[in-house]
Design a protein around this ligand. Structure first.
Ligand SMILES: *Cc1c(COP(=O)(O)O)cnc(C)c1O
Length: 405
């Protein structure tokens, strides 16, 4: 029986669709911002999945929530509703502009719902010619065919046949380009309020203001993809709250479940009314188990202590990364907000972000990349000072080996 043999990394190449290239080690246990692999090697986790494990691994609030709910009821169809989903939806309306919530299972699905709502609203209210979706180069919105088409990297959407139509892309932070592109035919503008996958690129405040104003001018909806920025990541519960601009639709996932799959689309009562019975749906969306965990996550993350703690931790990271850079001079800039940070490599180190990731792994540190030139850090929002210091020491060592090589 194969199940009785020791599981090894080789199995991946034997039985998995090869659309990933996982590291050699296989983690088997996590606690807080620490992870252990099959051989018992310890790692400090500055990745948190990919901005998912916002309370670290196996946080007691999440373990309690999942255990308690697992002993009650796991699943119901949307033929009926359930208590965790209703409680979570209420909480999400309390911590954001939203008045209505649609549950999905991932970020891509939350975005798919957002885009379908925007198109349906436009068709209902303005007619079917109002269908243009404007999005941004280097943006990322997920891997369904609609969301990957709206995402700003053609390499991810090419080669699958005809794409969903009427999607335009312009440069991020370029007000003039947006002004030139927008018209009464624009249905929605979709953007990340800080580009994650695209390299940790913050929006300029004037740009976000202009996007909102142009959407209002042309009766277009503003969709914020907060799948990566949401749930406390930037020090606000949602990043829009720190930008002085409110979207019409917001998608959230990743940290919402803290490690349990869930996504949600948040919107206003008025827009939600365009989704009638049967317009959209999901078998697992609003699953009681997922919603119970997310409820616990939202309770902890929305506390003022945790949100203020994100800013404090950002300072620890910035100081530590600056010190490393004073020694080795490999970064051109430390950027991002809260605990969505990027260390951009300078001219000499272009294309070597993955080398840093691999070298860090060898020292027992998990980090991420955002493109070829940015090392990305998205740790637990409650990571301890000691864990940050130990992780930064490992990063220092990893970079010293690269510099020496
Ligand atoms: C990760 C991500 C997605 C996709 O989320 P999935 O859960 O992988 O579908 C969408 N948008 C942004 C901004 C993301 O970072």
């Amino acid at each position: 029986m194969t199940t009785e043999k020791a599981v090894t990394r080789e199995w991946f190449d034997e039985v998995m669709v090869p659309c990933y290239n996982p590291m050699e080690m296989i983690p088997v246990k996590g606690e807080g911002a620490r992870v252990w692999d099959q051989q018992g090697n310890e790692y400090i986790d500055f990745a948190g999945g990919i901005a998912v494990s916002c309370l670290g691994h196996c946080h007691p609030a999440m373990v309690n929530a999942v255990t308690e709910q697992a002993n009650k009821i796991w699943h119901l169809s949307n033929v009926m509703t359930n208590e965790p989903a209703l409680r979570l939806a209420k909480k999400l309306t309390e911590v954001s502009f939203a008045e209505r919530v649609f549950f999905a299972n991932s970020g891509a699905e939350a975005n798919e719902a957002a885009l379908k709502l925007a198109r349906r609203w436009a068709a209902d209210v303005h007619g079917t010619e109002k269908s243009e979706i404007i999005a941004f180069n280097q943006g990322f919105h997920g891997r369904t065919f609609f969301t990957v088409t709206v995402g700003g990297q053609a390499a991810y959407s090419d080669g699958f046949g005809p794409k969903p139509g009427d999607v335009s892309h312009i440069p991020y932070n370029d007000i003039a380009a947006l002004e030139a592109q927008m018209s009464e035919k624009t249905c929605a503008v979709m953007m990340e309020p800080l580009q994650g996958e695209g390299g940790i690129v913050s929006p300029q405040p004037e740009f976000v203001q202009a996007v909102r104003e142009l959407c209002d001018k042309y009766n277009a909806l503003l969709i914020f993809d907060e799948v990566q920025t949401g749930n406390g990541r930037t020090g606000h519960f949602y990043a829009y709250q720190g930008l002085g601009v409110t979207p019409d639709i917001l998608s959230t996932a990743k940290s919402l479940g803290g490690g349990f799959p869930i996504g949600a689309m948040l919107t206003t009562e008025k827009l939600a009314a365009h989704m009638k019975v049967g317009t959209h749906g999901s078998t697992y969306g609003g699953n009681p188990l997922a919603c119970a965990v997310a409820e616990a996550v939202v309770d902890v993350v929305s506390s003022p202590d945790v949100l203020a703690g994100v800013e404090e931790r950002e300072a620890w990271f910035r100081e530590g990364l600056q010190k490393i850079n004073d020694k080795y001079g490999i970064f051109s800039e430390i950027r991002g907000k809260g605990l969505l940070l990027g260390a951009a490599l300078n001219e000499e180190w272009q294309g070597r972000a993955r080398d840093v990731l691999v070298a860090a792994g060898q020292q027992g540190l998990m980090v991420l990349v955002a493109g070829a030139n940015v090392v990305r850090f998205t740790p637990s929002l409650v990571i301890t000072k000691q864990e940050v210091e130990q992780g930064l020491a490992k990063l220092d060592k990893a970079i010293s080996t690269l510099v020496a090589a």
